[in-house]
Design a protein around this ligand. Structure first.
Ligand code: GAP
Length: 541
């Protein structure tokens, strides 16, 4: 991606090539909801699998969970979501459009205030109203907006009353789109409510989960008892989460239905580590984080997970050039958090959060202990003590990650076609590990049955182990270009050399070769068919 790649180009490619579609598009779409098309579904699946493999299959200290989306509503009372999972929202007094109060761009200008309005026929309103005009605008436009406001209140051709003006600097109390005053900010709970069973009453209210994490805390005891894991260990989960975001925005970056990939990594509280090992190893700049040590406290574990997650992103093609970090300041931390770092990605619309890694202490397990009346604790055989473990939580969004890898992979190149015309070729330089299609298989010519048969048999064989795509239509150049745009890292062409036949002293097939073309370098080499699959598997591993 070039820093200046506009989002529109990425959005257009995603639609054209079947990565992402607007949900319910034929009905005009539904704001905040998205569908993943054939290539998008594969890409997402590969990212999900890469995360799952690195978080649990390749580790002995993390196990997985797949919990239900709707859970007991008290879980959300215990977690604090019922009372505090809200964003401040305000409405435009003119259009009733809803905004997130903390996302309104500060503006400066002149505020026109009115005490009310009346009409010749005796109608009146004493509702105060105000409009912000930015520098250089005609005062009449403020009056026009104010008249619209009182007209909406039922007054025909209103005459404005009590106009006063004042200067405002950096105010967020007015709609940046039309200057109208906004309502006072008020909290808006982001959880989607529903009901379980046939009766819609307050007794059977339930929520679509706003995060996957709480299911892990709710099943913590069952997992400890059944997996017999010893601290430190983790439970991870991938699944859908739902938030009724006030302003879904930036394509799939902030949506109302999305997928999370979360790990709750349970560690010994520092007091227990100190008791067992005489000291807790403090974190220092440059500390060796490669191998966890028994005397690590929460700070070392927190840093360890930042390093692990950074290595994961590098393994799928998101390196230091596209990532950044934001360490929350003490005053920004949730009351229970000791530290929180956001891993950021440089999106075309700005550098924004991809994942949060929080040190949450024992807050969640303590809350559930309180609400269910049973300690959600752990018996430490080494310390001969019972206690509630502390938690480090790396929490990532799969949809955001999908968008990030698409943005990072987007590459355009200007070339001159056969007719001497300028054309722009788009390549998605996705890491082979996550590319939706790994190999495109083509017969050189469509009208040679021997080429078709050979290419189809190679495609069928590759399909047993990877996503392969067979294509016989159009010129070979066009077929390469289509696969470049889909992010396919390797293309295989079956040509006449492939069919050269029996060489002296060798059995048929032993010398058969194909052309293997590399998407990013455009280099081509001849590879024996008998060695092709092993070579590709190594390249996409
Ligand atoms: N359990 C902690 C938690 O849920 P969060 O920062 O609210 O923390 C974690 O969410 C991650 O989930 C974010 O870093 C982001 O990647 C993803 N996420 C959160 N809200 C989202 C939304 N509305 N749309 C897409 N992804 C979202």
């Amino acid at each position: 991606m070039n820093e200046s790649t506009p989002m529109e180009k990425i959005v257009a490619l995603c639609k054209r090539r079947g990565f992402i579609f607007q949900s319910s598009e034929i009905y005009g779409g539904l704001n905040g909801f998205w569908d993943f098309g054939p290539l998008g579904a594969e890409l997402k699946r590969n990212l999900r699998d890469a995360w799952w493999k690195s978080m649990t299959r390749q580790r002995d200290d993390v196990v997985g969970l797949d919990a239900s989306i709707i859970m007991h509503p008290n879980i959300w009372k215990a977690s604090g979501h019922v009372d505090t999972f809200s964003d401040p929202m305000c409405d435009c007094l003119l259009t009733q459009k809803r905004y997130r109060a903390d996302q309104i761009e500060p503006q400066s200008g002149t505020v026109y205030r009115y005490t009310g309005a009346r009409t010749d026929s005796g109608q009146s309103s004493s509702e105060p109203y105000s409009v912000l005009l930015t520098a250089g605008k005609n005062p009449e436009s403020a009056r026009k907006i104010a008249r619209q406001f009182y007209t909406q209140r039922g007054l025909t051709e209103p005459e404005l009353l009590g106009e006063t003006t004042e200067t405002a600097t950096q105010t967020t109390r007015f709609n940046p789109e039309n200057g109208s005053a906004l309502t006072e900010p008020r909290p808006f709970n982001l959880m989607f409510r529903t009901h379980t069973g046939p009766i819609e009453s307050e007794e059977n209210v339930a929520y679509l989960r706003p995060e996957t994490a709480q299911a892990i805390f709710a099943q913590y005891k069952n997992v400890v008892d059944s997996s017999r894991k010893k601290l430190p260990f983790g439970i991870c989960q991938i699944g859908k989460a739902f938030r009724n975001e006030i302003n879904p925005r930036n394509y799939i970056f902030r949506s109302r239905e999305f997928e999370q990939m979360e790990l709750e990594f349970f560690i010994k509280p520092d007091e227990i580590t100190a008791k067992l090992h005489g000291e807790v190893q403090p974190w220092t700049e440059g500390a060796d984080l490669s191998t966890p040590q028994p005397n690590w406290g929460w700070e070392m574990w927190h840093r360890y997970w930042v390093a692990e997650r950074t290595a994961f992103y590098a393994s799928i093609g998101l390196g230091a050039d596209v990532l950044d970090y934001y360490w929350q300041k003490p005053e920004e931390l949730a009351h229970y958090a000791r530290a929180c770092v956001d891993i950021l990605f440089k999106f075309p619309f700005g550098t924004e959060e991809l994942e949060g890694i929080a040190a949450r202490g024992s807050f969640d397990l303590d809350q559930h202990s309180k609400f269910v009346g049973k300690p959600q604790d752990y018996f430490d055989e080494e310390a001969k003590l019972r206690y509630v473990p502390h938690v480090i939580e790396p929490s990532a969004g799969l949809d955001r990650l999908t968008l990030a890898v698409l943005c990072a992979a987007f590459h355009e190149e200007e070339t001159i076609d056969e007719k001497g015309k300028k054309e722009v070729l788009t390549t998605l330089r996705l890491h082979p590990r996550i590319a939706p299609v790994k190999a495109g298989v083509f017969p050189l010519l469509k009208n040679k049955p021997e080429l078709l048969a050979k290419a189809k048999s190679i495609h069928r064989d590759l399909s047993l182990d990877m996503n392969s795509f067979y294509d016989e239509s159009g010129s070979i150049g066009k077929r390469y270009a289509r696969q470049d745009e889909a992010g396919t890292p390797f293309c295989i062409t079956v040509d006449f050399e492939t069919l050269e036949g029996v060489k002296e002293g060798l059995l048929a097939g032993e010398l058969d070769t194909v052309t293997l073309r590399y998407r990013d370098s455009k280099k081509q080499e001849r590879v024996r068919i008998s060695e092709l699959k092993a070579k590709l598997l190594e390249l996409i591993r």
